[in-house]
Design a protein around this ligand. Structure first.
Ligand code: SAH
Length: 423
């Protein structure tokens, strides 16, 4: 069916609740000559240095055009960010209004429904990949946990919250806009309930079912939105491999709340050690062992630095049948890649030394600045230094509810290797 073209020119009014009555012309950003290429490829970011003239208020919708006036995108303006403009739409006929956000949110939620994810913890909105730059939303059972990380998403927060509730039927929306990146956008941190049914409150603790395990999290206290859903499939795979390979002793480094530790126990491990520098996360890991019916004596929680712990274990002559390395982002951007590479190599070298022959290593990097090929090279160097080789069983990535798109390869961040040590 043909969609009728809008009869009204899209720039005839300023969309959104922040429109100033009487002002009929939308602000325009004109790019320098040659700087239109990235938007023409539907990459959503424009850096400050690419702009010849024009500006706007915090999060205001602007028309972005090439040096010769050709329309490129409708976008959100961010006056203090290096990423000065984030595109909402490359379609000149589209209007950026509440129904635009309703459509984008609906499409993102519809994709997750089609993926039929076997968990009630699901990433619903994954920023740029879902056409909503700066917005992260995770659903944990009946609670949505949202991060508004860009000026544009901040400005449209109400419309987005309405759209989320309409698309999911989830009445509770908790805001976790306390990430550092908000500072780069000139935004203050904000946390707390954004929406809840009138007169109704619910605790911020939620229990989700993941791979058949019960896992708890607190949307107010946990890291990011509360939990790391991107490792769901890798935790499931880990349980399978631990069972297949008959791993008994397991070291889970950077364990957070012990997702991989529960997976190891589910796979038949008899001694699992979780190491993390967060006491509250480890307390939850300990709780998760009992909650899932495993013997508390089979689990040790170590509140310590991973690097130091690995060195200590080597000194103590300890070894393990399986090791997980899932560190935080060592390289926030490509500029940090070199120092981060050394840090990744170090922990992987130490882990190889602690791994029994025939043992399993799951090693990850969630740094966008370290590509998959480079990560493999780093791990190869670590193996060489440790005098250990291994079979590459699988290349690992984030779950499909954290998609990357064809036009935004920068969205790819989590990469991992499943390795079995040669005898
Ligand atoms: N594997 C986890 C997610 C790990 S997130 C999961 O499946 O849920 C990274 C974790 O590393 C965080 O819990 C953080 O507290 C921890 N961390 C960061 N630096 C650390 C360090 N130097 N030593 C130990 N833990 C650290």
């Amino acid at each position: 069916m043909l969609t009728p073209r809008p009869t009204r020119r899209p720039w005839a009014t300023i969309p959104g609740s922040h429109a100033t009555p009487g002002i009929l012309k939308m602000k325009t950003i004109t790019l320098r000559e040659g700087k239109e290429r990235s938007l023409l490829r539907h990459h959503p970011w424009v850096f400050q240095g690419s702009i010849a003239k024009g500006g706007g208020d915090l999060g205001e919708t602007v028309r972005v055009q090439s040096h010769d006036g050709q329309f490129l995108a409708w976008a959100a303006f961010s006056p203090s960010s290096q990423i000065r403009v984030r595109a909402w739409s490359f379609d000149e006929a589209e209007r950026i209004d509440a129904s635009f956000f309703a459509r984008r949110v609906q499409a993102a939620v519809a994709l997750r429904r089609r993926l039929a994810i076997a968990s009630n913890g699901v990433r619903l909105i994954h920023g740029e990949a879902d056409g909503l730059p700066g917005l992260i939303v995770d659903q944990y059972a009946d609670v949505l946990s949202a991060q508004f990380l860009s000026a544009g998403t901040e400005r449209w927060k109400d419309a987005i919250a309405d759209a989320l509730i309409a698309a999911t039927g989830c009445p509770f929306v908790y805001e976790r806009s306390d990430s550092n990146v908000r500072g780069l956008e000139g935004l203050q941190p904000v946390t707390g309930w954004l929406r809840h049914p009138e007169g109704e409150r619910r605790p911020t603790e939620v229990t989700i079912d993941e791979n058949g395990w019960q896992l708890t999290l607190d949307v107010a206290e946990g890291h990011k939105t509360g939990y790391y859903l991107d490792q769901r499939d890798n935790r499931g795979l880990f349980a399978q491999l631990v069972r297949q390979l008959g791993c008994k002793t397991v070291l889970n480094c950077y364990s957070y709340t012990g997702g991989f530790s529960v997976a190891a126990l589910a796979g038949g491990a008899s001694q699992v050690t979780s190491v993390d520098s967060s006491g509250p996360a480890l307390a939850r890991a300990t709780h998760h062992v009992a909650l899932n019916g495993f013997d508390p004596a089979a689990h040790t929680a170590l509140d310590a630095d991973v690097n130091g712990t690995l060195r200590q274990f080597i000194q103590d002559g300890r070894t393990f049948d399986a090791i997980v390395l899932d560190p935080p982002k060592f390289a926030p951007s490509a500029a940090h890649a070199e120092r981060a590479s050394r840090a990744y190599k170090d922990i992987n070298r130490l882990a190889f030394k602690l791994l029994n022959p025939g043992g399993l290593l799951l090693t990850f990097s969630c740094s966008g600045g370290i590509g998959g090929e480079l990560f493999h090279k780093i791990v190869a160097g670590a193996g060489l230094d440790a005098g250990v080789d291994g079979y590459l069983l699988r290349r690992l990535e984030a779950t499909s509810d954290h998609p990357t798109t064809v036009t935004f390869p920068e969205g790819e961040y989590l990469k991992g290797l499943a390795i079995v040590r040669k005898d």
